[in-house]
Design a protein around this ligand. Structure first.
Ligand SMILES: C[S@@+](CC[C@H](N)C(=O)[O-])C[C@H]1O[C@@H](n2cnc3c(N)ncnc32)[C@H](O)[C@@H]1O
Length: 353
């Protein structure tokens, strides 16, 4: 879907094949660190019932769209705002995007904090996450969506579809090298393109079972889950998602937080992950394993992770039988890198006692 640390799109078929092997058709599967939703999406297509969640707000919107929306909503309450020509839901979605794409840009929070012409509130040098033109457009679109939301003109699904579409569009023009941890010093070719909201194609798989989407810490959510298998794809390096994707979180929440320091990060500690700290991973895993009502836990982990596979295996052995599957994976490698090209990605089965 988009560049996201640890995104499993390229490994999805191996992971989903393994899940297929371990449980019966139509089983209940939890995906409690679902990120962009790539694994949940594939599992939905294979007929499973999903209980998907993540601590980040943007993830919730991606999950609502990818798991629970098989048809376009009607945007019925926007009749007072948009002069719709069509009654067909897809066309109304397109008209809505057209309306947003044609808004006049405004000099708002994104322009001030994240554009070359802006003067950040904390007087840091201007930041270059987006071109000035795109920042103004982003401000106009943000403001309109938030206004519609505050007026209750949007259903939960309509809001999710607009935010999901918006975030994908913003990612296409961001002046970054992968994450929003910092911006590039010169505007890249992508960043110079004009931001355009493009329609997303919904996953109209015949699997209409009620999938459940939530937002929250896996340590908490696991308390209320009874499933046949729980898939866990934790962060494996020190980089916190809340810090590295702060701009997506701000778009998802629709707020205007203080932009701190030179890089303009939102205060992000309320979404801190224990999985980015070698000292805290085991405590959190223990909580999840003990909380969740399931027989099988399947964990993705990387050879580059904070814990070695031996450390992880020794720990998981305390809770049941462990089996380790290895998927060979081509690592992204810069020319100067001395790291090996091939990387082991682990898929660890824990069959609980
Ligand atoms: C490796 S990524 C998951 C990638 C996902 N499978 C995909 O393909 O996009 C890890 C995710 O875990 C989330 N996360 C980190 N700690 C968490 C926690 N304690 N509870 C819930 N989610 C957490 C992050 O926000 C991030 O989206």
């Amino acid at each position: 879907m988009y560049r996201y640390i640890g995104n499993k799109t390229k490994l999805a078929s191996e992971i989903v094949d393994k899940i297929n092997e371990l449980v019966k058709p139509n089983s209940k599967i939890a995906d409690i660190m679902a990120g962009t939703g790539s694994i949940s999406y594939e599992l939905k297509n294979r007929g499973f019932q999903l209980f998907s969640s993540d601590v980040m707000t943007y993830s919730k919107f991606h999950l609502i769209v990818n798991l629970t929306m098989n048809e376009y909503p009607k945007f019925e309450k926007l009749d007072s705002e948009i002069n719709f020509k069509s009654k067909i839901p897809l066309n109304r979605y397109l008209e809505c995007l057209n309306f947003l794409n044609n808004l006049e840009g405004i000099e708002g929070y994104f322009f001030r904090e994240f554009s070359p012409e802006g003067i950040p509130e904390n007087k840091s040098p201007s930041r270059k996450y987006f071109s000035s033109e795109n920042s103004k457009k982003i401000d106009a679109i943000r403001k309109k969506i938030e206004f519609w939301n505050q007026c209750n003109f949007l259903s939960e699904k309509e809001l999710a579809l607009l935010k999901h579409t918006f975030i994908l569009a913003v990612n296409r023009v961001a002046n970054i090298s992968g994450t929003y941890g910092y911006f590039l010093s010169k505007l890249s070719k992508n960043a110079l393109n004009k931001i355009i909201l493009e329609p997303v194609i919904l996953n109209n798989s015949s699997n209409n079972i009620n999938h459940v989407v939530n937002q929250g810490y896996a340590e908490e959510i696991s308390k209320n889950l009874t499933v046949d298998l729980c898939y866990i794809d934790p962060p494996y390096i020190k980089r916190q998602y809340a810090a590295n994707y702060h701009i997506l979180e701000t778009l998802a929440r629709g707020d205007e937080p203080i932009a701190e320091g030179k890089s303009g990060l939102r205060p992000w500690r309320d979404q801190y992950s224990n999985f980015c700290s070698k000292l805290k991973i085991r405590d959190s895993l223990k909580t999840i394993i003990e909380n969740i009502n399931t027989k099988i836990i399947l964990i993705s982990y990387s050879e580059d992770g904070l814990l070695t596979i031996d450390e992880l295996e020794a720990f998981l052995n305390l809770y049941g039988t462990v089996k380790i599957n290895i998927i060979k994976y081509n690592r992204f490698k810069s020319n100067k890198s001395t790291l090996a090209k091939e990387l082991n990605e682990y898929l660890i089965e824990l069959h609980k006692n």
